[in-house]
Structure formats: C-alpha cells, structure tokens
Design a protein around this ligand. Structure first.
Ligand code: ZN
Ligand code: ZN
Length: 112
C-alpha cells in the first residue's frame, strides 16, 4: 500500500480514525498523538487540531460572557446597596439592601 498523502511513499501504518494509509513521514508528524487517538493520518490530525481550537475559542467566549454578566450584576448590586443607604425610610433601606446583596451574590455565583 502507498501513503494516501504521498503516493510515492510506501505506507507503514493505517489511520485508526479514517483507515487511510500513512507513510513514515506522516507517521512521524502525528505520532505524539498516538497515546491519545491511536495512529492518525495528517487529515485527521488537522481535524483534531481544528476541534481543539474551536473548543478553546468556545471556552474563551463563554468565559467572557460569564465575566460580563457577573460584572453587570456586581454593579447593579453595589448601586442598589448604595441607593439603600441613601434611602430615607428604614423599610426602604432594608428592602434595597437585601435585593442589592441578592444581586451581588448572583454575580458572584455566575463568576464561578
Ligand atoms: Zn485519518
Ligand atoms: Zn505520507
């Protein structure tokens, strides 16, 4: 059999994901993945890398979203607490302090 990427080279292994044949060059380039994915061809190797990058980007986007939500909740919480202390009646103060702390804790929880 010949390598599916390099028709001039003899195959030395077979991709465990798509069953394509690999020459020793291809095998060398992907062999550090062997323990995780088995023997993989360069096409599958690129797919694995791409999936990794997508996953990484998704995690970053998700973290940014979480951070923004928690910052907004923190700010709303602080505003409510400050508003409560500036409030005139004690009933008003108590109510707003509780809501403020609640929103603040929501922000904290979201950040986890
Ligand atoms: Zn493959
Ligand atoms: Zn090859």
């Amino acid at each position: 059999m010949k390598c599916s990427r390099h028709p001039q080279n003899d195959a030395v292994a077979q991709c465990s994901l798509c069953n394509d044949y690999l020459c020793s060059d291809c095998f060398e380039q992907t062999k550090h993945l062997k323990s995780t994915f088995g023997t993989v061809c360069l096409d599958c190797y690129e797919e694995i890398l791409q999936a990794d990058i997508n996953n990484y980007q998704w995690t970053i986007k998700n973290n940014i979203k979480k951070t923004i939500i928690s910052i907004v909740l923190y700010i709303i919480g602080v505003i409510l607490i400050v508003a409560a202390f500036l409030g005139e009646t004690s009933a008003f103060t108590q109510q707003y302090t509780m809501i403020g702390i609640g929103v603040f804790l929501c922000g904290f929880y979201t950040a986890l």
